[in-house]
Design a protein around this ligand. Structure first.
Ligand code: PLP
Length: 353
C-alpha cells in the first residue's frame, strides 16, 4: 500500500516498526514512552535528542530556539501575530489557500496587509513584493502550498523579519535558517504524527508577546521551559525524534532532496507527456511535495480513485477546494511508490483514454 495522503501522511516503515517494538515497553522500562512523565530523565533524553538531531539536520544556529508545541500550524497563525506584531503591521504574501488562511487569522490581532502573488497562468509574480518592507514587523509566506500544489522556491528578499509556514515542505530540501526570523510547521506531513508543531525562532524576537497572548502560545514562556510549560505532545515528539534519526540514516536533508526531486520529476514528466492528465501550475512553481493533477475527463475521477484504491494507491483525491487529484510525496514516500503510481496512471489512461 502506498499512502499519498496530504496529511496526516505516511511515515517511514522503519520508524513505524521500531515504534511498534517499543510501544508497550520503552527500553526495558516496562511502560510505553507515552506513559512516561515528560520530566522523567528517560523522556528528557528523548526530547533533547530529537532537538539535537533536528538542529543538526537543518543546521539551526544557536541563536534560534526550537520549540515543540501543540496547536498545529493554525495555532501558529494566531501565535505569530500575538508574539511578533506589537503595535506594528505585517505583510502576508498570498500564494495559495494556506497563506490566505494565515492572513485572515492574523487580521484578528492587528494591522495586516496582503499582496496576492497569484497570476492567471498559475504562476507567482514575485515582483509584486514591495521593494521596501522595512516598515513591517514581519513578512509571512508559505513556500509550499499543500492544497494548490504551488511552491515558491526562492526565498523572498525582504528587509523585514521573514516568517515561513513550512508545514508541507520542512526537511524536504535544504534551506538556510539564518535567512528567516521564524519557521514553523505542523508535524503531520513530513515529520510525524499530528499533534506536534515545530517553531524555530530567532531568540532576539522572544519576549514581545502581546499581553492578550495565551500563555501556551507565548514563545518566551515555551523557550524558558524547554517546551514544557504545559505537558507537551510527548508521543508525537518521540516519534518525530525517530523520524529525525531515520532521516540522518538516509544521508540527511540534501540526500532526501535529491530523491524528492527525482520523484517529482518522474511524476510531472509523465503528466506532461500525457494528453490524458494535466497539471496547470507553471513548471517553476510546481511543488515537489504535493503534485496536483486533473484527468482530461472529470467524469472519470471517481473511477480513477476507486481503481487506484484497489491497486493499493490510497488518498489521491484532490483537496475539496480545488478538485482533481493530488499525490503527496513527502520524504517517507519511497521512489517505488511514485513508480507504482505512474504505472497505474499509464494503465488507466490506456484503458479509458
Ligand atoms: N499550513 C499548511 C501549509 C498546511 O499544509 C496545513 C495543513 O494542514 C496547515 C497550515 C494547517 O495545519 P494544522 O492542521 O496543523 O493546523
Amino acid at each position: 500500500i502506498y499512502n499519498f495522503c496530504a496529511g496526516p501522511a505516511m511515515l517511514p516503515t522503519a520508524v513505524m516498526r521500531k515504534a511498534q517494538q517499543e510501544f508497550c515497553d520503552y527500553q526495558g522500562l516496562g511502560v510505553s514512552v507515552m506513559e512516561l512523565s515528560h520530566r522523567s530523565p528517560e523522556y528528557m533524553a528523548v526530547a533533547e535528542k530529537a532537538e539535537q538531531d533536528l538542529r543538526e539536520l537543518m543546521a539551526i544556529p544557536d541563536n534560534y530556539a526550537v520549540l515543540f508545541l501543540h496547536g498545529g500550524a493554525r495555532g501558529q497563525f494566531s501565535a505569530i501575530p500575538l508574539n511578533l506584531l506589537g503595535q506594528g503591521k505585517a505583510l502576508y504574501l498570498e500564494s495559495g489557500q494556506w497563506s490566505v488562511a494565515a492572513a485572515t487569522e492574523a487580521e484578528k490581532y492587528g494591522d495586516i496587509e496582503r499582496v496576492d502573488l497569484r497570476c492567471e497562468s498559475r504562476t507567482l509574480d514575485l515582483s509584486r513584493i514591495p521593494a521596501d518592507t522595512s516598515e513591517y514587523a514581519y513578512v509571512h509566506y508559505c513556500p509550499n502550498e499543500t492544497v494548490d500544489g504551488v511552491a515558491m522556491f526562492d526565498v523572498p528578499e525582504v528587509a523585514a523579519p521573514l516568517v515561513a509556514d513550512l508545514s508541507s515542505c520542512i526537511l524536504g530540501r535544504d534551506l538556510d535558517v539564518s535567512q528567516f526570523a521564524l519557521l514553523y510547521a505542523g508535524a503531520q506531513k513530513n515529520i510525524g504524527p499530528a499533534g506536534l508543531t515545530l517553531v524555530i525562532v530567532r531568540r532576539d524576537l522572544l519576549g514581545n508577546a502581546d499581553s492578550r497572548c495565551p500563555a501556551i502560545l507565548d514563545y518566551q514562556l515555551a523557550a524558558n521551559h524547554d517546551s514544557m510549560y504545559n505537558t507537551p505532545p510527548t508521543f508525537a515528539w518521540y516519534l518525530a525524534g525517530e523520524v529525525f534519526q531515520w532521516l540522518k540514516h538516509q544521508g540527511g536533508v540534501a540526500a532526501m532532496a535529491e530523491v524528492n526531486r527525482r520523484k517529482a520529476d518522474k511524476l510531472y514528466g509523465f503528466i506532461d507527456a500525457s494528453d490524458f492528465y494535466r497539471n496547470a501550475v507553471a513548471p517553476s512553481h510546481r511543488s515537489e511535495m504535493n503534485v496536483t493533477f486533473q484527468l482530461h475527463d472529470a467524469q472519470l475521477d471517481k473511477r480513477f480513485l476507486a481503481e487506484a484504491e484497489a491497486a493499493g494507491l490510497k488518498a489521491l483525491k484532490g483537496h475539496r477546494m480545488v478538485g482533481g487529484m493530488r499525490a503527496s510525496i513527502y520524504n517517507a514516500m519511497p521512489e517505488a511508490g511514485v513508480d507504482a503510481l505512474v504505472q497505474f496512471m499509464d494503465h488507466f489512461a490506456r484503458t479509458y483514454g
